[in-house]
Structures are given as C-alpha cells and as structure tokens.
Design a protein around this ligand. Structure first.
Ligand code: HEM
Length: 530
C-alpha cells in the first residue's frame, strides 16, 4: 500500500490500488482476461445482429447497468477528504477512550453535505450542513455524525420522515418545491419547536461559505465515562480553525453548484490543509437536573443548547484534512457514518432522537450499500487485533473470517477483552415515565430564539432575516399557514412578527395559546389536552 502509515500509526487499507497509474494497467474483462481491442463487438456477419457469446460487451454493459447505488435518502450532496486526528489535551480524567489519552493519533475521513437536496443539487443551498468524521481509533471506529448547527428542528424522531418529505419531490408531479414553499411552512407552522433552528437557517448563518469555514456540533447530549466508572453528559463541538463565513441569499445565486466541494478540494491540493479543534462541554447529572428545574432546558432535547458561560468548552484535540480522495465513489459515496459507532468511554444519552438514529443509519447502510458494507476498505476498522464477530457470508463477503468455528465455541475459543468499568454504574436505571409528550410546546422553546432576535441579530441581520423569510413566504400559497407561522414568531418577539406582517402584508394570529398543532401537544394552551 503506497500511502500506508502516512496518516498516523495505523495502516489505511483503502489506499491499496488507489494510486496505480493508468499506464500500469492492462485492459481486461472482469474475470481478468486481456482484451486486445475495446471496440470490436461480435456480429453475425457484416451488418448482422450481435452475438450473445460476446462476453466482453455483455460484461461491460451489464456492469454499467448496475453502476448506481441508491443515493443517501438525506445528505445526498456532499464531499470529503482524509486526514488525521491528534489528542493535544488529554481527557483521561473524564473519559477512558484510548483515543483521548495524551498524544494519541488516528486516521480520519470527513464528509460534509447539505441535507435536503439530491446528489446533483447546489451545495450553496439554504440548508443545515452535515459534518461527519470517522475516527479510525485503535479500539474501533468512532463516527461523529454531526451538523453545522447546534440545534435541530425536532425532538420527537417520529417527525423526521415527515419533515424531510416536505423538502423532497412532490409524489404526484415529481416537481421540486424550489418555487413553492407552502408545505415547508405548513410543517413548520404546525411544529413550533423547530423555531430555534428556523431562525438559524433563515438568518445570516443559513448558507455557510464552503465547508472549511463551518463548525460541527453533536447537537445531541452524549456521555463520557472514565476509568472509575463515573460519567458526565457531554456535547461535542468541532471548531473550525478557518473561522466561520457565510454567503448571502443574493450572492449565492452567483456561486457554482459545486462551490463548497471545489473550495475544499482546491485548498487541499494547494497544501492549505483545513483543521478543526475537537472540544467538549460537560455537565454532571446533578447539573442537568438543576438546568431542567431552573431554566426548563432538558439535556435530552436537541432543540436547546447548553449555555457556554455555565458549561465552557474544553479542547481535547484537533484534526486536519490533508489528503483528497482518489476515488469519490469508493471513498465518499460508500463511506458509512453511524452515530451508533462509539468506542468504550463514549456512550449515547437517552435523547430520543439520538436513540432512533442509533437504529436508522446501519439500517439504511445495509439497504444503500449492502450487508457487508463494513468490509469495504473505507469503512473497515483499523484495529491492532483480528476481529471475530461471526457476521459471515452474505453478498460480497470478501473478509469471511477464515476457517474458525461458526459459533462461540469452547473447543476453539475466541478471546474476549475484559470490560474496564462496571456498566451498571454507568447506565443507572431507566425506570420512570415510559411515555412522555416529547414535542409538547413550552414557553422555554422561545427563549433562545428570542435571544437570537434581540441580542445576536443586529439591525442589518434583522432586515436580511425578514427579507429571507418574507421572500420565501411569497411562494406560500395558503395565507392560513403564514398567519400561523407569524403567530409562532410573535411568541419569539412581537417586533419580529410586526415586521414580518408588514413585509408579507399578512396579519398573523395573536399568539399560539389558542392554536392546535397536528399531533403535537400545545403546553401553552389553556386546554392542555389538545
Ligand atoms: C444522514 C436518518 C437526524 C446528521 C442520514 C441518513 C439517514 C439519516 C437515513 C443517510 C445515511 C446514509 O445513507 O449513509 C436520520 C434520522 C434522524 C436524523 C432518522 C432523526 C430521527 C439527524 C441529526 C443530525 C444528523 C439530528 C445531526 C445532529 C446526519 C448527517 C448525515 C446524515 C451528517 C450524513 C452522513 C454522511 O455524510 O454520510 N440521516 N437522521 N441526522 N444525518 Fe441524519
């Protein structure tokens, strides 16, 4: 492997054959037989029909017919690169993961994306950005499957497919909703917990200036466990060393559809390698209870952020992207990031959206790539031990775990590594309300968006926000929907609502206390049973 060991101490198997030059290759069929001439289809005489025996042509066409795999159902447009991570400030007091011990390093692959658009869509869309990093640690792969915004549109995972469908093609006409925002606002006006993310999306931060100039956020609360079995909640941040930058709605029209991808690729080709600091916020379980009691912020609710003044950022390490991919399909289209890929010392919290994601990604990977997708070079764990997991056979099983017994045998036993902490202490017990109204709308939902409007947005940002929203609403064909969304914005700020009323010419409802939301409990109504 020509590039082996370039990025850290572990061998990158995906480098095998990546660098073979065209001159070093012989033209063959898929079974390796050299073909003297690429264009000589066999025919039954001059001017006659083709022959079924022409294996070269049939081999070529039938593989071509199968070139496409399904694109990602979300985050289909994206690009990425390889690099390496290094721990600069050990976190061993809080986390037992080997990768967070002093000086530890590992190879990484990162992929950035937009969310709603198709694979060929514009990468300067007003949309959150995906921010995924696969850390190939010596204890297995740890995937950070983050966004560039610290919050999300929902806190009940059952809403995700519905929300995403508002951005997909119409099931009947197959048209996009690029010039008809009705259903986008219909969803949002029925699901007010989205308003914090909507304010970020429609504000100046809605279109990042490429992928290098954006931060990444876990959004979800996770857990760090140390060697003593003690744990804290954490939020993970990736801070861009390039700073942040954004594009206005007007300017975005002048950018090429692959602007962000080109920007990353060209920077790496020039040797201007982008980097990010990996940082954590941490919180004890007791602090989490206090935050809930005092400020109504539930750490399992990713529509909220943790205040940085109370929970400051602590740097752990940094990663750099220093190597463009050689083969986009093999190294980016087939890379499979999964929030369930965690290493010992890093655990999920009970955040219901995170819990659902722990299921969803491997499920889609088995469908999108195939049951043995983990065996593809870019997804393979790079661990210093042989792996035995008895996941054998299936399509394309090229690492089939040899001749070992096909069960956990006492005759030829595999070895087990001791767990370093007592997991019962870490998990605690989950007794409590099995059913809760995850999405119930509460006054706390409007506090952070209100701060955005009153404290963060200056006059110019407010004006652009109003222009972005009213411009987008101009394509909304139902006035009722606009009235509802204005009522939601009125809960954020009467000033915001009044300006929007002026810009749209639509008088919104007075507030949300009399409103009903499709399937979402309105905790601000007089009748909480709605
Ligand atoms: C991609 C599901 C919420 C970040 C995906 C994919 C699915 C999915 C099916 C396609 C994966 C693939 O084909 O490889 C869900 C569900 C969610 C959810 C069911 C909520 C219930 C979130 C949240 C975040 C996020 C909250 C960020 C905090 C991403 C990213 C990708 C992605 C970054 C692209 C991964 C890549 O680059 O390959 N999601 N998602 N998702 N999702 Fe989610």
């Amino acid at each position: 492997a020509p590039d082996a060991k370039k990025n850290g101490e572990l061998v990158q198997d995906y480098n095998v054959d990546r660098n073979t030059s065209a001159q070093d290759c012989v033209y063959t069929t898929s079974n390796g037989v050299p073909i003297a001439h690429a264009y000589e289809s066999q025919r039954a005489g001059e001017g006659g029909p083709l022959l079924l025996q022409d294996h070269h042509l049939i081999d070529l066409l039938s593989h071509f017919d199968r070139e496409r795999i399904p694109e990602r159902v979300v985050h289909a447009k994206g690009g990425g690169a390889h690099g390496f991570y290094k721990t600069t400030d050990p976190l061993d007091d809080l986390c037992l993961a080997e990768i967070f011990q002093a000086g530890k390093t590992c190879p990484v692959t990162a992929r950035f994306s937009t969310v709603g658009g198709e694979s060929g869509s514009h990468d300067c869309a007003r949309d959150p950005r995906g921010f995924s990093v696969k850390f190939r640690t010596s204890e297995g792969n740890w995937d950070c499957v983050f966004n560039n915004t610290p919050v999300f549109f929902l806190r009940d995972p059952a809403k995700f497919p519905h929300f995403i469908h508002t951005q997909k093609r119409d099931p009947s006409s197959h048209l996009t909703h690029a010039d008809d925002s009705t259903i986008f606002w219909d969803y949002l006006s029925q699901n007010p917990e989205s308003v914090h993310q909507v304010m970020i999306l429609m504000g100046d931060r809605g279109i990042p200036d490429g992928w290098r100039k954006m931060h990444g956020y876990s959004g979800h609360t996770m857990k760090l466990v140390n060697k003593a079995g003690e744990w804290v909640y954490t939020q993970i941040h990736m801070k861009s060393k390039q700073g942040t930058g954004f594009i206005t709605q007007q300017d975005s029209a002048n950018y090429s559809p692959d602007y962000a991808q080109k920007d990353l690729y060209n920077a790496i080709e020039k040797g201007d390698f982008p980097g990010w600091d990996v940082m954590v916020q941490t919180m004890t379980p007791k602090q989490a209870e206090e935050l809930w009691e005092k400020e109504g912020i539930n750490v399992f609710d990713l529509t909220h952020v943790w205040p940085q003044k109370d929970f400051p950022l602590r740097k752990v390490g940094e990663f750099v992207l220093n190597e463009n991919v050689k083969n986009y399909f093999a190294e980016i289209e087939q890379v499979a990031f999964n929030p369930a890929h965690m290493v010992p010392g890093i655990e999920p919290s009970a955040d219901p959206v995170l819990q659902s994601r722990l299921f969803s990604y491997a499920d889609t990977h088995r469908h999108r790539i195939g049951a043995n997708y983990q065996q593809l070079p870019v997804n393979q764990p790079q661990v210093p031990y042989n792996m035995a997991n008895f996941q054998r056979d299936g399509n394309m099983a090229f690492y089939n775990q040899g001749s070992r017994p096909n069960y956990i045998s006492s005759i030829q036993p595999v070895s087990f590594r001791e767990r370093s902490v007592d997991l019962d202490r870490v998990h605690g017990n989950f007794a409590g309300n099995a059913v809760s109204f995850l999405s119930e709308i509460r006054p706390e939902d409007f506090i952070a968006p209100r701060k955005l409007w009153e404290k963060v947005f200056d006059d110019g940002a407010k004006e652009r926000f109003i222009n972005n929203v009213s411009g987008h609403m101009a394509n909304c064909q139902k006035e009722e929907i606009i009235k509802r969304q204005i009522a939601i914005f009125r809960e954020v700020s009467p000033d915001l609502a009044a300006r929007l009323e002026k810009a749209t010419g639509v008088k919104g409802y007075a507030g949300i206390s009399d409103m009903k939301f499709n399937g979402t409990h309105n905790g601000m109504s007089k009748d909480r049973a709605v």
